[in-house]
Design a protein around this ligand. Sequence first.
Ligand SMILES: C[S@@+](CC[C@H](N)C(=O)[O-])C[C@H]1O[C@@H](n2cnc3c(N)ncnc32)[C@H](O)[C@@H]1O
Length: 228
Amino acid sequence: MSGINYKLWANYIYQISCRYINPGESSVIELAAGNGNLSKHLSKKFASYLASDNSISMLKNFKAKKIDRVCFDMIYPSVNKQFDLIICSFDSINYILSKQKLKTFFRNISGLLNTDGIFLFDAGLIRNSLHHQKYAVKNGRIKNISFKRKSIYLQKSRIHKNIFEFYFQDGTKIKEIHRQKIFELKELFNIIDQCNLFVVECFKAFTFKDCKAHNFRAQFVVKRKNRC
Ligand SMILES: C[S@@+](CC[C@H](N)C(=O)[O-])C[C@H]1O[C@@H](n2cnc3c(N)ncnc32)[C@H](O)[C@@H]1O
């Protein structure tokens, strides 16, 4: 996650949200917030802000300790409240590996949104995975930990694997495999439509232009249909 300009990213999300809600009066939940890279920039701008992730270690190492945090799997959010804004960023949606689970996720999002609330999420698209495939091995360093990232995109299954090896100063090594499913834009539109939600806008990420299937990443703005 190093090298990402989270301040700019947060500002982009904020600008979108201002088109639909009044931030100073709005309640927000961020799903898959990781260790709070975005939350630390966004939380001050909204009336209330709850961050969540299914990794307890991410939440423990949170960048902004004052923000309320809760640990759950975003497919089955265990929070008994509705929100004006739901955020799920940086390809976190791609961690949901099957259409069935994605449907469950979106249906539960519908229940989590206030009537006029919005759901903002981005999704990595095929071009993004093919691009990373070209530069398949990356070495880097975060503080005292060096790492190697190997990127493999399996075109048939559309599974993108990022294999991380972390090397610590005491000589220990940890390996983590992150699997992401790369859905096509039209699949995402179809699934959303089946889940009591609709797409208000879909931007080429970091712009306000319409997203095309060949773009790197899509930024969705989604709202709830009327209750069934
Ligand atoms: C690429 S990181 C993005 C983190 C954060 N949104 C950011 O921009 O830095 C993906 C995050 O999704 C979380 N995650 C993956 N699957 C999840 C799930 N089913 N429920 C909740 N969090 C999940 C991971 O723990 C990780 O923190």
